[in-house]
Ligand binder design. Sequence first.
Ligand SMILES: [Zn+2]
Length: 224
Amino acid sequence: MNLEYSIVYSARKTLTITVERDRSVIVRAPNDTPHEKIEQLIQQKKLWLYEKVRHTQKYDLPIKQKEFVSGTTILYLGRNYKLEVVSDPFDGILFDNKFLVSKSRVSDAPTLLKDWYIKKAKSKIIPLSDFYAKHLGVSFNRILISDLKYRWGSCTPSNKLNFNWRLIKAPMRVIEYVIVHELAHLLEPNHNAQFWATIKTQLPDYLKAKEWLKQSGGLLEQQP
Ligand SMILES: [Zn+2]
């Protein structure tokens, strides 16, 4: 398992590791700290870090790695589809009520599938964000579909929206809920009654989607 972290260099004197509330790992290092030294510290603290990072606040399920073999199921828009490894040589992932990957590319399948997911996420999330923004009467400056860790979406004070590409594995209503949730923050930064009422105007059954994320959000983190 790979532990991801980001490094913040500054004029400080000591090297520290923290796990933020969103469970991202941040190393704060003096300028010019060699990368090996940071890696060494990460290795030393590995067990502690795993415990902290995996400490479940949002996800209830453990992260399991799946193998890319025929019969493996792959989640897309809330449904499981079978993967088939085929002998024809072709690049990338094909989808036609099942996922197809060429035997010659199966070793790259995790990356190919991730690229496929990101493309699909963009093609669904961006137009839906435009749609709901219009309905809510709000506008945003920029939208990014990215590799957010342990968060489904975020909205910055400068009206920039970020969505986790893994959302594309969730049912459409759940994707819509996350979009409307972030857009509603452009009107109301807090999770108060007014905020939930705004969401309800767009998605009367948003509680179901909210509950789905709470119960099954961990599924979206699983690979593939
Ligand atoms: Zn929120």
